[in-house]
Design a protein around this ligand. Sequence first.
Ligand SMILES: N[C@@H](CCC(=O)N[C@@H](CS)C(=O)NCC(=O)O)C(=O)O
Length: 219
Amino acid sequence: MIELIQFPFSPFCLPTRRILEFSGVKFKLINVPPQDRSLVWKLTRQKYYGVPVIRDGSRVIFDDTDDQQIVAKYLDQTLKLGLFPAGREGVQSILWRCIENEIEGATFRLNDIYYQENLPAAQQLQYLRFKERKFGRGCIAQWHQDQKVWLKKLEAALVPFEQMLAHSEFLLDERPLFVDFDLFGMLENFLFSGHYELPKSQPNLREWHRCMKTIRLAR
Ligand SMILES: N[C@@H](CCC(=O)N[C@@H](CS)C(=O)NCC(=O)O)C(=O)O
């Protein structure tokens, strides 16, 4: 059975999880603490410490690039999902760069503000240290102070997606492609703490999000 090694609020694992659910395949979730990647390190034979990682029998798949979507493309090919049609490759790759930089930059900060609610007490110190080592001392406190600014930035960054969804049921087509799952995952990361909702000014995005939560592949 396919295994997804992840942590529940990871913006990069949430799209993978939804793709697996969408496919209808049986899979197992294996959660690791965000700040302890020893299992990932072991599975990848000391090649990678990020998540998501997929274990499929003897194969271990991970994406050690910034923009190649190795994990999603593996699932797409293995499970025949049609998420990467050749005719949409260019536009999808432009979109996923925007989703994974601009959108993710706002969503993970807005979620990390609530790290004490998202993690057991025993993991909080290491999580805070891990964030501060990357983004500087006091980063999470600063994001909390700037929460309204980050919310505005996120809403502005989502405007083009709202515009796209006014004209089709999914971002690029009448069926979901990879970028739908990618954006969905980032928004699930934003919503994870339960402190936020999607902007009321973006009704098409809200409707699309409701649909993306449960959509299954029609075989
Ligand atoms: N290109 C990778 C990026 C994955 C990624 O950035 N994952 C984050 C967690 S959301 C991570 O594990 N980063 C390394 C770290 O946190 O030390 C993918 O799409 O799978």
